[in-house]
Design a protein around this ligand. Structure first.
Ligand code: HEC
Ligand code: HEC
Length: 387
């Protein structure tokens, strides 16, 4: 070793040596990478919603999504909190309705592929989840009568309704509220996130194309190796990087002194008591298969403090977690690096343990997580209903 080389120069040499060595992937790693694609998946299906996938329902749903008159005082629409240019979230740690809520507005990208909805799984369909904000007094504070009147009296909406549902907006108010939510769901199911640098790499690895794979930055490749070794995909599974279920990764769940957000434990109680769940009369699926999950789910004490595993796609910007507790991806990686296992409520073998990452490993893992996001083209304003 030449003594006149300073520490900094040695480190720079070491870093450039790393940068020139392409990573090797074992067969098991190649399989693990391939399981996170291909992207995009086939369009989602929802037999519980008879207008899912219908272009007329999608068009009506997009109008309703941007319609402030759905709220009691005409000031708030779905798009107030779920902003297209902010990955269908609002960039706030906690959502702001008529007052600040306890939870963060989740992104709506890829929401059509989920099977539980909300951070606590209180919804079992995209349409029932879309009713909640309309009725919640802290959000749009509407009611079925208000929504039904709007559909019946507004010419464009009534016409859009007739095209989507094949009938003038009639029937009782509750049915029109549910149909409103089903059109909203049909629209939201079309929100599929763009392909990312990771997807190009994944396809190249799956096809054995080393040249194309080499275009993916090495830092992201090293971060992906850490993601695989640390078994992050036990929860952040498959093409969406979520298994759609719930977990506790040690995020504090106090909402204010002495009050907690019990997460899934409360969500399951709300699900069971909802007249809009899939066991109820508004489910359009004659086979009953869509209701099986809801029928068999059990409420366990270990559900306390569990929140739904978020997708990692388009999650680069933050804030993160159900309550916006962590501002940046760097903070998230620090959390997983230093997490105290005693804080976790899991009864089973803990899936989360402190990773004790070096600064280099931390920035590599962040580089990988960033590679799961891409710019999406700006959205054109919806064309008028029934011009
Ligand atoms: C005041 C802000 C606000 C408004 C307005 C709002 N949302 Fe949300 N949305 C949220 C928050 C916060 C959550 C998380 C709720 C929870 O976990 O309890 C959420 C959750 C959701 C989810 C579940 C997403 C998932 O990944 O599980 C859907 C779907 C949704 N909203 C659709 C809508 C629709 C449709 C409207 C309009 C009818 C709407 N939202 C209006 C803040 C808002
Ligand atoms: C036990 C299941 C589980 C494992 C294992 C796990 N996560 Fe998570 N992850 C979650 C849950 C649950 C949340 C949301 C927690 C909350 O909101 O309180 C989350 C949130 C995140 C978020 C924030 C997403 C957002 O924008 O809100 C990122 C990023 C993340 N995890 C990355 C990782 C990485 C990297 C690993 C591996 C080191 C990992 N996770 C391992 C369950 C898990």
């Amino acid at each position: 070793m030449k003594r006149w080389l300073s520490g900094a120069v040695l480190m720079a040499l070491a870093a450039s040596a790393v940068a020139e060595t392409p990573l090797q992937w074992s067969d098991d790693e190649v399989k693990a990478i391939a399981r996170h694609g291909p992207w995009p998946p086939p369009p989602p299906r929802d037999p519980s919603n008879r207008v899912a996938g219908s272009p007329d329902a999608v068009a009506l749903g997009e109008h309703l999504f941007n319609e402030p008159r759905l709220s009691a005082d005409g000031t708030m629409s779905c798009a107030t909190c779920h902003v297209a240019g902010r990955d269908w979230g609002d960039g706030r740690a906690k959502a702001m309705g008529r007052a600040e809520l306890d939870r963060r507005t989740p992104s709506l990208w890829n929401v059509g592929y989920a099977h539980w909805f909300g951070w606590d799984g209180a919804g079992d369909s995209l349409w029932s989840q879309s009713i909640r904000p309309i009725l919640d007094p802290r959000e749009m504070a509407g009611d079925a009568a208000h929504v039904a009147r709007l559909l019946r009296e507004d010419k464009a909406l009534a016409c859009g309704y007739e095209r989507a549902f094949g009938d003038r907006p009639g029937g009782d108010d509750e049915k029109l509220l549910v149909d409103t939510a089903k059109a909203l769901a049909a629209f939201q199911a079309t929100l599929v996130s763009p392909r990312t640098p990771f997807d190009a790499f994944r396809d190249a690895v799956a096809a054995g194309d080393r040249e194309a794979a080499a275009r993916y930055p090495l830092a992201a490749q090293r971060g992906l190796k850490i993601f695989i070794d640390a078994k992050c995909s036990a929860c952040h599974f498959g093409p969406r990087f979520t298994n759609g279920e719930f977990g506790d990764v040690g995020i504090p769940f106090f909402t204010r002194p002495g009050e907690v957000d019990a997460g899934r434990l409360d969500g399951l109680a709300k699900l069971a008591s909802s007249t809009f769940n899939l066991l109820g009369k508004h489910n359009d699926d004659p086979s009953g298969a869509t209701a099986l999950r809801t029928r068999h789910v059990q409420r366990l004490h270990s559900n306390f403090g569990e929140f739904r595993v978020p997708s990692l796609r388009q999650a680069a910007s933050g804030p993160h977690m159900h309550n916006g507790h962590l501002a940046t991806l760097e903070d998230v990686v620090r959390h997983y690096s230093e997490v105290n296992p005693d804080r976790l409520h899991s009864d089973a073998i803990p899936l989360v343990r402190p990773l004790a990452l070096t600064p280099q490993q931390s920035s590599d893992l962040v580089a990988f997580l960033r590679s799961l996001s891409a710019d999406s083209p700006p959205r054109a304003a919806p064309s008028p209903l029934c011009p």
